[in-house]
Design a protein around this ligand. Sequence first.
Ligand SMILES: [Zn+2]
Length: 340
Amino acid sequence: MAVVCRYGNSARSIRCWSLATLHIGYPGTPHARRRPKKGVRGTPATERCHFHSGALSENISCSTGGRQGLGGPPARVQRSRRAGTRLRNNRSTRTTTMWNPLRHTSAYIASRRRLLGTITHVRTDQKVVALTFDDGPDPEFTPKLLEILRTNQARATFFVVGKRAEEHPELLDQIIRDGHLLGNHSWSHTALPLLSRSARLREIRRCHRALPSQPKRILRPPYGYQSRATRLDAYLLGYDVVTWNAAGDDCFGAGPDAIRDRLMKEIKPGSIVLMHDSLYKAREVRYRDRGPALEALTQVFVESAGDYRFVTVAELMKLGKPQREMWWRKPKVDMLEQLV
Ligand SMILES: [Zn+2]
C-alpha cells in the first residue's frame, strides 16, 4: 500500500504542499530523497516512514516500515528534536536536499554570477575584440608589441606582473600614453589558490600599488587558476576578474602560422583573447621568445584589416553585455611543469 498524505498525494509527489513542507522541515529524512539508491530494496518512503505517517491524519495508514497508524511518530516537538539531530549528524545530505526557493529565481542566479562569475567575453554583434597580453612588461618584446599595435591602430589590455611593473615604469608610461589598459596579474605570478589568504591579498595589493590608477580595476589570476576564496577576495578588493574565451596558445614554442591560424579561428565578436608579451616563469629559454607571437599578430591584423576593431577590455565591456562564467578550472599539470 502506498503512503499518501492527507490530501491524497503520494509521498513522491512534489506537488503535495504538505509533503513539500515536510521535506523542508526534515531534510535528510528518507522522504527527502527523490530516488532510492542503487541496491536499496524498495523505496525509502515505503520502508521507513515514521516521519511521514506522523504528518498524516490517523486514518492514513502506512504500508511498511515500523510504525503504522497511531503507533507512528511521537508529538511534533519530539519530531523536531529528532530532525535537529539528523541535521547535525547528516550535513552532506542536508546540503543536497534542502529546497531553497531562491535558487530558482533569476535574480538569485544573476547575483551569484555577479559575485562569483568571471568575465570571459562580451555579448555583442559588433566586430570588436579585446586582445590581452599577460606577464609583461618585458623590455625586449613589449616595445615591439606596442609598435605593432600603434601601426595597426589597435588598443589592448596588459595584465602586468607587479614585480616587473616596478622594474620598468617607463614601459607602463608608454602603454598608457598609447591608450592601452593595465590590469593586475599579481605581484610575483604565483597561483593564488595555493597561497594563504593574507599572502594572496598581499600579492594583489602589492601589484595594485605598482600600477598607475586605471579607469577599471581588472584582475587576471596567474594561469587563470582561481578558487571561490580567491574570487571573493578579488570582489572584496573591488576587482572584476577577467579571463578569456579565445587563446593564441603562444606559450610553448608554437610557430607563427599555428598561432595565427588559431587566432583567426577563435576570434569572434566580443572575444577576449589571451596572449603573452612575456613568459614570466618559462623554464626553457626558447619559450621566452615572443617573436613568433608578434609575427602571428601582425598577420592577424593584415587578414582582419577593416573587419575587426581591437579595443581594451574596458571599452569592450561598454559595447556589449559582459558574459560571466563560473570559472574554476585548474591549469594543466604538464603546463605547470614547464614553468619554474
Ligand atoms: Zn601569466
